[in-house]
Write a protein that binds this ligand. Sequence first.
Ligand SMILES: C[S@@+](CC[C@H](N)C(=O)[O-])C[C@H]1O[C@@H](n2cnc3c(N)ncnc32)[C@H](O)[C@@H]1O
Length: 254
Amino acid sequence: MTEVTQRRSIFPRLSRLMLIVEILHTVAVIRYLYFRLVRRGTKVADQTHDSVSANTVMHNLKGIRRSIRRVGRSSVLIRPLSIIPRLQRRLPEAKVLSIGPRSEAELLCLASHGFRLRNVTGVDLLSYSPRIDIGDMHALSYADDSFDVVIASRVLGYSDAPEIAAAEMLRVTRHDGYIAINTGDLQPDSATNQDLDYKPGSDRIYSSLADILDLFGTHVGHVHFSNDPSVESGKQRGPILVIFRVNKPQMRTR
Ligand SMILES: C[S@@+](CC[C@H](N)C(=O)[O-])C[C@H]1O[C@@H](n2cnc3c(N)ncnc32)[C@H](O)[C@@H]1O
């Protein structure tokens, strides 16, 4: 009789503990301190695309540590992503690109929801972590169709040419993969920016879900999840959120 041994890693199950946000914060802070203080590995993109908005790097460098505590901003996309039926069945195999995670918290949040950390790549203009590549969303260094999921949470507001960023997201996402966008509240007149003596981000204002979907044109397939502040009233309308299936059966951009 042949003994069948099933090799099961304990790490995916341990990652689920990070659904408890305090555990996720603790892991993220310990790793942050290790990489920043012990490994001293903080890097910044030395050249950026013309489409990167003014003050982007300076502004975001200041907020790395703080962003660990703000993981709720990305979990608002990651939770619904993780329960899309066609994706849910193969979360551990799905290759994910997180554009602009700023800290590892977004990557750990993906792991806590069932994605496998080793299949999650971060890319940002700044990085203290070996899990976050230095790169620019307007000129990604990944091959066509490399990812099943691309998430860009509160990043498009730092682009003066979001059409280029959207084309890059489409290029690296495979047909039938998913793109998840949160615009955040980064607007030139937003309350968060009033105390600053410089303006972070672009002048471009997104006022509705259609503004975001237009960037992706005919490649928007089924919309699985969305929030459109333009159809709500009152103060708590939230950011524009969308997760859609990518439709590009014959598209080859390079
Ligand atoms: C406001 S933070 C968002 C952090 C996190 N995703 C969240 O939702 O809280 C924006 C991040 O996008 C990064 N970013 C801005 N422009 C970028 C670009 N052109 N390419 C890659 N990352 C960019 C910034 O460096 C920063 O880390």
